[in-house]
Design a protein around this ligand. Structure first.
Ligand SMILES: *Cc1c(COP(=O)(O)O)cnc(C)c1O
Length: 359
């Protein structure tokens, strides 16, 4: 068996050790005689998995006690509406920073529920940077301020977070667990699992308990944070298998030095690739240096007519899923926690050869 180097943006690479353990436990989970997929979410075996997952996740991110951790479905996209439904209360507006495609989608959905004040917008610059915090026109009366910490498509990442008087809400789908974060600065952090946690189908929400229990009256119960917080995220059947795989990934992260070690690894991988792009006169990264993402590295070739040849030759080398998002074109290498440094080295070697052959 050979495993390819997988640069997919999401669903994305999962650590090989995790998949091996899942394989070994697939048919008979620890002597129970059944697969985790086949057992009740209320069984002792599954409840133990769920509890371990939450404990390890809390430990990894150093989550203070006054925060709830929810294991939900619906993807990050459903949070685009759950956030306003739960946080607006009697307020009529919320502040949003627009740094790319995912911010734009969050804004569009929030407009169904309230007035959205776009306090900073990088759209006119093709989302190539993050407007500096001191230029944002914040509203003291907004229900919350929403940001996307890492724009998966544009490759733009917050390096530091704004000070706010209103609750700060962050879509961290594509950089959660990639570096330590001070959770106490946030009201809500949410992330779809399929980028940096595990398989699709699971969404993790970290929410301050002050923000739980105030959903709008007409909110469907499954969209109410309080319903999930009050039931251990088991108000209905949760995505048990995805939750189990997430628990294995959390264990893997702990065994590999936690988030400080991940940040060092991730920074090193990203620096190598950005360095190679900078040194060449062939590849180009469209993002301002200070906003470049450690997780998603977009780059272009001198002429889009090279793209298909590049992708085919990369694939033949076992370097997969480098095609940029259809909305921006070019290439994108996603370097999540599960992507080893050897993958980056192999990619750089290939890129250098490809450039050399075209000169
Ligand atoms: C992938 C992604 C989403 C959408 O996630 P779904 O799970 O498909 O709903 C939202 N925000 C960001 C930053 C993402 O990377």
């Amino acid at each position: 068996m050979t495993r390819a180097f997988n640069f997919a943006a999401g669903p994305a690479a999962i650590p090989t050790e995790v998949l091996e353990q899942a394989r070994d436990e697939m048919l008979d989970y620890q002597g129970t005689g059944v697969s985790i997929m086949e057992m009740s979410h209320r069984s002792r075996a599954f409840v133990d998995i769920a509890e371990e997952a939450e404990a390890n996740f809390r430990e990894l991110l150093n989550i203070p006690e006054e925060y709830e951790v929810l294991f939900l479905q619906g993807g990050a996209t459903l949070q685009f509406s759950m956030v306003p439904l739960n946080l607006l209360r009697e307020k009529t507006s919320a502040d949003y920073v627009n740094t790319g495609s995912w911010s734009t989608k969050a804004i569009k959905e929030a407009r169904r529920f309230c007035d959205v004040n776009v306090v900073a917008n990088a759209e006119d610059d093709h989302f190539d940077h993050i407007p500096s915090h001191d230029t944002w026109s914040l509203d003291a009366d907004a229900a919350y301020l929403h940001i996307c910490s890492n724009e998966t498509i544009g490759g733009v990442q917050f390096q530091d977070f704004p000070e706010t008087d209103v609750p700060l809400v962050a879509d961290m789908s594509s950089d959660i667990l990639s570096r330590p974060v001070d959770v106490s600065r946030f009201g809500v952090i949410y992330a779809g699992a399929q980028k940096n946690i595990g398989p699709a189908g699971l969404t993790v929400v970290i929410v301050h308990s002050d923000l739980v229990g105030h959903a709008r009256q007409e909110t469907p119960s499954l969209l109410d944070y309080a319903v999930h917080a009050g039931s251990g995220s088991m108000s209905n059947t949760p995505p048990t298998y995805a939750w189990y795989l997430a628990s294995l990934v959390f264990r893997w992260l702990k065994n590999n030095g936690g988030l400080e070690a991940m940040e060092t690894r991730n920074r090193n991988k990203a620096n190598k690739l950005y360095g190679a792009i900078e040194r060449s006169n062939f590849y180009r990264c469209p993002v301002a240096v200070e906003a470049r993402s450690m997780m998603n590295v977009p780059f272009t070739l001198p002429d889009p007519s090279f793209d298909e040849v590049f992708l085919a030759a990369a694939e033949a080398r076992g370097l997969l899923n480098l095609k940029g998002h259809r909305s921006v074109g070019g290439m994108r290498a996603s370097l999540y926690n599960a992507v080893p440094e050897a993958a980056v080295d192999a990619l750089i070697e290939f890129m250098n050869e490809f450039e050399h052959d075209r000169r």
